[in-house]
Design a binder for this molecule. Structure first.
Ligand code: CTP
Length: 402
């Protein structure tokens, strides 16, 4: 998410959770700045936010004589959106009535940027008519209020007033910015490599990092889709705002994919599915004995080919990672698996393939057209793939005969 997010932290115990919010937003590509009230700085040190965001944290209105008179304006100008988390009852009251008595509230008043507010407080404070009236005033002015969750509160009671989980807050921010050309659509993405057990401690795997698929899932979320990411082995953190299903073996991935297939508008199979699995994985660790060991392998189901047979209106996108005759092999897979398009790449080319951040790919369309892309980041290629899926689903691009 290439956005400037200004986080305003007010003085609630949930301030510590906002460290993770800042961290996740930063990891998703946002430029994050944090301003805190003095009370918030009692709960979490400004230095923590500074380390996490890589940006100076502002607390005092008059702290820096050199630029105190412009700090609130500069912060307001910086932001594409302001997120207040946690928002105390005191903050809501001040913001509702335009009170500007510290840097944070002054910045909010000085800003015409979208305001997202995540209130967090004791249930009675939240339910108090004054708080509810203040929330209504802010809502009517266009602020987006993230409903607090219900659960145990720091004061020892239980009820409504908990700050939503960091991942949910970040998803709300992402959703606010999404461009929306896949809004209302459900997209299934597979990623990573499958893991085929040999015994309880060993497996057959492959070099897939999962990066391409995770970027595609991120791009689909950013385009407003409901996304299910089914992932084999990958060290990456799943993107925000999607349903994440972790699997190991190809047969498990097949089951997870089939469980979703009827309800999705498109499937993008970027997983590196093992073609074979061990016929009889050992129940106990295999002990070293003879000089050679033979594993008998049996063919795995071809998930994408099966989807090609079941396909009704779903868009189907496959990948072809090749080491030679790239376009010919890819075209053959497109036809055999009944795909709408296939993304082909030579995994041996410099700047393409596993574990690198870039890719050099071609898209081969049903009907025969070929688009050759220059070397680009996997994130950029993911955006291109998602744009094309959106075009197909919106009817801007025709479904072609084979
Ligand atoms: N695929 C799949 N199930 C498999 C193997 C592959 O769904 N058992 C999918 C991959 O996710 C990819 C496409 O099919 O989108 C092509 O995968 P690839 O491994 O390149 O091709 P294979 O059909 O396995 O052919 P080969 O290994 O002989 O190149």
């Amino acid at each position: 998410m290439q956005k400037n997010i200004l986080i305003g932290v007010t003085g609630g115990i949930a301030a510590y959770k906002v460290v993770e919010v800042a961290s996740r937003l930063k990891k998703s590509g946002a430029n994050v700045r944090v301003m805190m009230t003095r009370n918030a700085a009692e709960f979490v040190s400004p230095r923590t936010f500074q380390e996490i965001t890589g940006n100076a944290v502002s607390v005092e209105m008059f702290g820096d004589a050199a630029n105190f008179h412009v700090a609130h304006i500069a912060l307001a100008d910086f932001a594409d959106a302001i997120l207040i988390a946690p928002a105390t009852a005191n903050f809501l009251a001040k913001a509702a009535y335009g009170i500007a008595d510290d840097l944070l509230t002054t910045t909010v008043i000085a800003s015409d940027k979208p305001l997202l507010i995540a209130p967090s407080m004791n249930t009675k404070m939240f339910d108090n008519p004054a708080t509810q009236a203040n929330l209504n005033i802010l809502r009517e002015r266009g602020a987006i209020i993230l409903e607090p969750a219900t659960g145990e509160l720091a004061c020892g009671t239980s009820g409504k007033g908990r700050l939503p989980e960091p991942v949910e807050i970040c998803a709300a921010v992402e959703k606010f910015f999404d461009s929306g050309n896949l809004r209302g659509k459900k997209i299934l993405v597979t990623a990573g490599g499958t893991v085929e057990a040999i015994d309880p401690v060993r497996y057959i795997g492959n070099r897939s990092s999962g990066r391409m698929g995770y970027e595609i899932a991120r791009a689909a979320v950013a385009a407003g889709a409901e996304v299910v990411l089914i992932s084999g082995k990958s060290e990456l953190e799943p993107p925000l705002g999607l349903k994440f299903v972790k699997v190991e073996a190809a047969v498990e991935m097949r089951e997870a994919v089939l469980a979703e297939f009827d309800s999705v508008d498109a499937v993008i199979m970027s997983a590196a599915v093992a073609d074979y699995r061990v016929k009889n994985p050992a129940a106990q660790k295999i002990k070293k004995s003879a000089d050679t060991l033979t594993l008998e392998l049996v063919k795995n189901p071809d998930i994408l080919r099966e989807l090609g047979g079941l396909k009704k209106s779903q868009v189907l996108v496959g990948f072809a990672a090749e080491t030679q005759n790239v376009l010919d092999y890819a075209r053959k897979k497109l036809v055999e698996k009944n795909l709408d398009f296939i993304v082909a790449n030579d995994v041996t080319a410099a700047g393409a393939g596993f574990s690198v951040a870039t890719n050099i790919a071609s898209i081969i369309w049903r009907g025969g057209d070929v688009e050759n892309f220059p070397k680009m980041s996997k994130a950029e290629l993911a955006d291109k793939i998602i744009e094309r899926v959106a075009d197909l689903l919106s009817g801007d691009k025709k479904f072609l005969p084979l």
